[in-house]
Design a binder for this molecule. Structure first.
Ligand code: AOF
Ligand code: ZN
Length: 344
């Protein structure tokens, strides 16, 4: 199963909104086949695993044990059901990392295998297999994206200088890392004030890979069109009260009421099939996510060498648990997960 996770990771950057999945076929203590889900819309891990078996080893497939990090699917999606493929190949033993929470599957794959007389052992390295697809699991079990809060602060805990002026806190290496983070998430959100004052482009020009969908609440549509977020270089969603309209890759998403804005934004992300969201500021927006207990991970970049003495205070966190620290020259990056949310 550890090997399956390694294999799954090879596809991780290309499969969203699908999960990353790895599979291995083991006969007599020897791996005779390996495969993973390479890219969205393409063959699933099990298909690639079985077709990787060498001609001379194909005779051993029925007697081999199939290891797969996620329950084999039971539905016709872009590809036919993997559980049927397993059955067709006469495999008698299947070891599964975790169940697939997607409603079309959710236990039905296991059921199909068992009905065909296959011995199924599920839940091997379950936590690790769920963690591997934390965005996919959060999306399908909570019907909202996986939420990552991110900000940079000075050594004395300020995120902006004196008169709220934009302050460049993190160093060039960390900035590049942040662009990698952006390429890993489906969407990126900033508040109206941040879009106006900082005029960020919210792209990943310092890193390869997919650009996130940019999202900005601009409730009464007062943001000027000359801002970077309107440059049409990336898909962009503007949450507002006035109109629902698509204009090229710019989508105006109408919210229905003034209460529970974040909840409405999360529901919209669910409808738009956005599995994750990186919230990059400002303080007020991030603080409202914290206050509503609506987050999964927080990444705080602290420039240990920069002290301003005055300015805007960083958000105040609650319910957090440190799980990783990284040091990049002047910057320390602390990664937190939400204590209660990640306990289940
Ligand atoms: C598997 N093995 O490697 C993956 C699975 O549209 P499709 O056909 O690609 O189906 C997507 C769904 O299939 C996805 O939501 C998830 O439930 C499952 N992914 N299943 O048996 C795999 N990637
Ligand atoms: Zn499948």
């Amino acid at each position: 199963m550890h090997r399956c996770i390694e294999l799954a990771l090879l596809g991780a950057e290309h499969v969203a909104p699908n999960p990353a999945v790895g599979a291995a076929l083991v006969y007599n203590g020897r791996i005779i086949g390996e495969g993973w889900h390479h890219a969205f819309g393409q063959a699933h891990a099990e298909v690639n695993c079985i077709s990787s078996v060498a001609e001379a080893d194909r005779q051993y497939i029925p007697a081999a044990t199939l290891y797969v990090s996620l329950e084999p699917c039971a539905h016709f999606g872009k590809t036919p059901p993997c559980s049927d493929l397993v059955i067709k190949n006469g495999i008698r033993n299947v070891v599964i990392g975790c169940r697939d929470p997607f409603t079309e599957v959710n236990g039905k794959g296991i059921e199909k295998l068992e009905k065909a007389g296959i011995t199924v052992l599920a839940g091997v390295l379950e936590k690790e297999c769920i963690q591997l697809n934390k965005r996919f699991f959060t999306f399908h079990t909570k019907h909202r994206p996986y939420i990552i809060l991110k900000w940079a602060q000075t050594a004395d805990g300020k995120i902006a200088g004196g008169e709220d002026a934009r302050l460049f806190i993190s160093n060039n290496y960390t900035n590049r890392l942040v662009h990698q983070w952006r390429s890993q998430e489906a969407s990126i959100l900033v508040g109206t004030e941040t879009a106006l004052q900082d005029d960020p482009s919210l792209d990943n020009r310092l890193w390869v890979g997919n650009a996130p969908v940019r999202m900005v609440p601009d409730l009464s549509l007062r943001l000027p069109q000359n801002l970077q977020i309107f440059n049409r270089q990336q898909q962009t969603v503007i949450f507002n009260f006035l109109k629902e309209e698509t204009d090229g890759n710019l989508f105006y998403c109408r919210l229905i009421k003034e209460e529970n804005i974040l909840e409405q934004v999360m529901n919209a992300c669910y409808r738009l099939n956005l599995l994750s969201i990186l919230v990059e500021g400002g303080v007020r927006l991030i603080q409202s996510f914290i206050d509503q207990n609506l987050w999964d991970e927080t990444r705080i970049i602290t420039n240990e060498e920069l002290i301003t003495g005055k300015g805007l205070d960083a958000p105040v966190m609650t319910g957090h648990q440190l799980f990783k620290i990284e040091k990049i020259s002047s910057d320390t990056i602390r990664y937190y997960k939400h204590k209660q949310i990640n306990q289940q």
